[in-house]
Design a protein around this ligand. Structure first.
Ligand SMILES: *Cc1c(COP(=O)(O)O)cnc(C)c1O
Length: 369
C-alpha cells in the first residue's frame, strides 16, 4: 500500500478471508455462518464486505435496522438478511426488500403478522428471539405456548430460526451463568420445535461464544467482531487479523517554548522546548474527546506520540518532541500495531466502539480484493 496522503481507512480483504476461514475452522462442517454486518460492517463498508463474504458462501447476514438491510439489497446482496432490531414502522419496507425480522415480543409478533397478511404473504420467514438472561430483547420461556397459538392461526409467516444472545460469553468468571443460558435456550428450542412440528435453525453464539462454547454452536453461529479481526483474548487476537488500518498524515509541526499551550481551552501546557504535530482527524471522524489530554496516542515512524490537549472536531495535536518526523509523514492510529483494541484501551473503551465509530467522512480504500 502506498503511504497515506490523507486520513484513510484501509481495509484488507485478504485479512477478512483469513478471519472467515479461521472462524469456520472452529465449526463442524454443517454449522452455518451468519456474518453480522451492522453499523457499516463495524465501521468498515457493509456493501463491499457483504459482497466479498457472499462470494465466500456465507449463509446469512445480520444487520440491526431495516435501512441497513435496504442498503445491502440496493448493493445487490441476495443472501438472506436477518434484521436484529426492526421497528414496526419499517415492516412494510422490510417485506418489500425480502429482509427477515427478529420478532422478540408479543407486540412485534402481532404487528408483523398483521402486516404480512395484509401484504398477502405466505410463510414469510421470521426469526423468534428468546431472552435467556441478557434482558435486552426477547420472549420469555413461558411465552412459547402463546407464540405457537399465534403461529397456528396464520399462514402468513413461518419460523426460519430460533435464537438467543449470551450475556457474558467472553467472561470465564461467568461460565456458570453462560452454561445456564445455553441450557435454557436448548430447552426452549426443543419445546418450540416439538410444538410447531418442524425444526427451525437454532443459533446462540457471537464471536466470543464461538471461541469459548463449542457445545453452543448449534445449527448456526453469528460472528461480527471476529470477522473484523478481534477475538476475546490476546491469544485469539494473534490468530485473527485486523482488517482495518486507520492512517493519516502530519499537516503541520509546531515548536513550543516552555509555558506555551496547545489547543482549545489551553488544556496542555508545554514544560520546556517541545514539538507537536497536527493530524487531520478529530472527533467528527470518530476519535472521541476521551482520547485527548494524553490518553490516546498515534504512531509515527514506529514511535508513540501522545495526543496533547483536547481533541478538536477535525484535528488532533500530538507530542513529537522525541520523534524524528516531517510534515507529510504517515501517521498510524490503529491497525496491526497498535491494534484497535490496544488503541481503545488507552481511553478505557473497547475495540467494538472505536472501529464502529470511524465516521463516513473518512475515505475507505480496499486492498487485496
Ligand atoms: C452484534 C451482535 C452479534 C455479533 O457479536 P460479535 O461479538 O461482534 O461477534 C451477534 N448477535 C447479536 C444479537 C448481535 O446484536
Amino acid at each position: 500500500m502506498p503511504k497515506a496522503k490523507e486520513t484513510v481507512l484501509e481495509i484488507d480483504l485478504k485479512a477478512l478471508k483469513h478471519n472467515f476461514e479461521y472462524i469456520k475452522s472452529k465449526l463442524k462442517n454443517n454449522t452455518k455462518i451468519l456474518a453480522v454486518v451492522k453499523a457499516f460492517a463495524y465501521g468498515t463498508d457493509a456493501n463491499l464486505i457483504a459482497d466479498y463474504l457472499q462470494k465466500l458462501d456465507v449463509d446469512y447476514f445480520a444487520v440491526a435496522y431495516v435501512n441497513e438491510g435496504v442498503a445491502l439489497r440496493d448493493a445487490g446482496i441476495t443472501t438472506p438478511i436477518l434484521v436484529l432490531h426492526p421497528q414496526t414502522v419499517n415492516f412494510k419496507t422490510l417485506i418489500e426488500r425480502c429482509l427477515e425480522p427478529n420478532l422478540y415480543s408479543v407486540k412485534k409478533l402481532e404487528a408483523f403478522i398483521a402486516i404480512a397478511s395484509k401484504e398477502n404473504q405466505v410463510n414469510y420467514p421470521v426469526h423468534i428471539k428468546f431472552n435467556t438472561g441478557l434482558n435486552r430483547l426477547g420472549f420469555l420461556e413461558n411465552d412459547v405456548d402463546y407464540i405457537i397459538t399465534q403461529l397456528k392461526e396464520t399462514s402468513s409467516i413461518k419460523v426460519k430460526s430460533l435464537f438467543s444472545h449470551l450475556a457474558a460469553s467472553e467472561d470465564i468468571k461467568e461460565k456458570e451463568f453462560t452454561i445456564n443460558q445455553i441450557k435454557t435456550f436448548k430447552t426452549i428450542s426443543d419445546n418450540f420445535s416439538n410444538a410447531i412440528g418442524y425444526q427451525p435453525i437454532r443459533h446462540l453464539t457471537n464471536t466470543s461464544g464461538i471461541i469459548n462454547y463449542p457445545e453452543a454452536h448449534l445449527d448456526m453461529v453469528r460472528t461480527g467482531i471476529g470477522l473484523y479481526g478481534f477475538g476475546n483474548s490476546e491469544e485469539e487476537n494473534k490468530k485473527l487479523k485486523p482488517i482495518a488500518t486507520l492512517k493519516s498524515v502530519i499537516s503541520q509541526i509546531h515548536k513550543l517554548k516552555k509555558g506555551e499551550t496547545v489547543g482549545y481551552n489551553r488544556s496542555y501546557k508545554s514544560e520546556g522546548f517541545e514539538k507537536t504535530a497536527t493530524i487531520p482527524i478529530g472527533h467528527a471522524d470518530g476519535i472521541g474527546r476521551h482520547y485527548g489530554n494524553q490518553k490516546g496516542f498515534v504512531t509515527i515512524n514506529g514511535k508513540r506520540a501522545l495526543i496533547v490537549g483536547n481533541v478538536c472536531m477535525d484535528m488532533i495535536m500530538v507530542d513529537i518532541s522525541d520523534i524524528d518526523c516531517h510534515e507529510g509523514d504517515e501517521v498510524i492510529i490503529f491497525g496491526d500495531t497498535p491494534n484497535a483494541s490496544q488503541f481503545a484501551n488507552s481511553a478505557k473503551t473497547i475495540s467494538y466502539e472505536i472501529i464502529a465509530a470511524i465516521s463516513q467522512r473518512v475515505r475507505r480504500c480496499f486492498t487485496n480484493g
